[in-house]
Ligand binder design. Structure first.
Ligand SMILES: [Zn+2]
Length: 377
């Protein structure tokens, strides 16, 4: 006869096979093997570690490695991931960022706290910090010239269509006005060297500008991020009337397709190769002297193969002056761009990123971007 603990484990594994329990309740990662015995959800190991940060709400156990009480199994059977979703995600705003398992810890942790600790998606009034259309507060902003982080006042106003910041508290004129139309925000903890580091980009005169900020409080930082997404969402709803939420949500903020160092040469291909930091932001390839520069040294538009853009491994045979041995040639209608990567793996990754946009036909509005595009050699 099976022991009680064997029976419980068998029942638990049966609950695990029910619809919805095959993916982590919090990040969607496949085959969760941990569970919160107080909340009744199955989660992945990564999320189980974050649940340990809210011990007053969640107690996690390993599905396989620990023994289970009958009452715990009953609770898992009574709740499960689908029922939990219905309870904790009743009123998630369309613009609110739902993290995946590959996202930074900050986003995943705050999503878990918002769901279970603050019950933010059951009570709409708790969403005011990011859904009100106006947000004001202080962020630590990296100085353009000295790299020092200084406290700066920021105002996000949907009515004004802009995010602004002020260099002095009493200043009347903002130091920068970033239009919501071209605003993007992406968490970059490694690059910025802060677990809450956020990169904000915007366009001025069709050139990309970067600012790097963080808030010392994790909820505040994620609220800023979602406030920017809300502002973008409402802007796009007006700009594209009739577009569905599903069409607009992917346009709110975007992560870069790839970043890293490569060497490049100038337009004559006789200049020595110089090491630069490259950021691939959709069809926009930018290069910087330093990863945290405020302005790109140059930007290259990467179109589609139908419009004579090609990426090739290697460099033309006569090329000289490079130090890294894994070359990439990008052919555009105007000229060739020559790059060199330090490793073969980097070369492969970059080529894959370039091919993704080159193989995608250009949308009508991208022709306008291409026409406006100016790049420095
Ligand atoms: Zn997870």
């Amino acid at each position: 006869m099976a022991s009680e603990s064997e029976t419980n484990k068998r029942l638990l594994l049966d609950v695990l096979t029910r619809p919805g329990n095959d993916a982590c309740a919090d990040c969607g990662n496949a085959e969760p093997d941990w569970a919160s015995v107080t909340l009744g959800v199955f989660v992945c190991q990564g999320c189980s570690l974050l649940h340990r940060g809210i011990p007053h709400i969640s107690r996690v156990k390993s599905v396989q490695q620990e023994s289970w009480e009958a009452s715990e199994v009953e609770l898992m059977a009574a709740m499960g991931n689908e029922a939990a979703k219905a309870k904790y995600e009743q009123k998630v705003p369309a613009f609110y960022y739902r993290p995946k398992h590959t996202d930074c810890k900050l986003l995943r942790e705050q999503w878990i706290r918002a769901r279970y600790e603050r019950n933010e998606f059951e009570f709409i009034e708790k969403q005011e910090p990011y859904s009100a259309g106006y947000r004001e507060g202080f962020l630590w902003k990296r100085g353009r010239d000295n790299g020092q982080f200084l406290s700066r006042k920021f105002i996000l106003s949907e009515r004004e269509g802009a995010l602004k910041y002020f260099s002095k508290q009493e200043a009347r004129d903002p130091k920068a006005v970033m239009k919501i139309e071209t605003l993007n925000a992406t968490f970059q903890p490694a690059k910025i060297g802060n677990p809450y580091g956020l990169q904000i980009t915007y366009l001025r005169d069709n050139s990309t500008r970067n600012i790097f900020v963080y808030h010392s409080d994790s909820k505040e930082m994620v609220d800023w991020f979602n406030a920017i997404r809300a502002a973008r969402f409402h802007y796009l709803q007006v700009a594209f009337p009739g577009a569905s939420d599903e069409e607009l949500v992917p346009k709110l903020t975007r992560s870069f397709m790839k970043e890293g160092f490569m060497e490049k040469t100038g337009p004559k291909h006789t200049e020595g190769f110089k090491k630069r930091w490259f950021t691939m932001d959709d069809r926009r390839l930018m290069y910087f002297k330093d990863p945290l520069d405020a302005y790109a040294r140059g930007e290259v538009f990467i179109g589609s193969k139908e419009n004579s853009y090609t990426v090739l491994p290697g460099l033309p045979p006569s090329t000289q002056g490079y130090h890294w041995n894994h070359g990439i040639t990008i052919v555009t209608p105007d000229r060739k761009f020559l790059f060199a990567c330090e490793t073969e793996a980097e070369q492969k990754d970059w080529i894959t990123a370039f091919q993704r946009v080159i193989n995608r036909p250009m949308r009508p509005q991208e022709y306008a971007v291409e026409a406006h595009f100016k790049h420095k050699p």
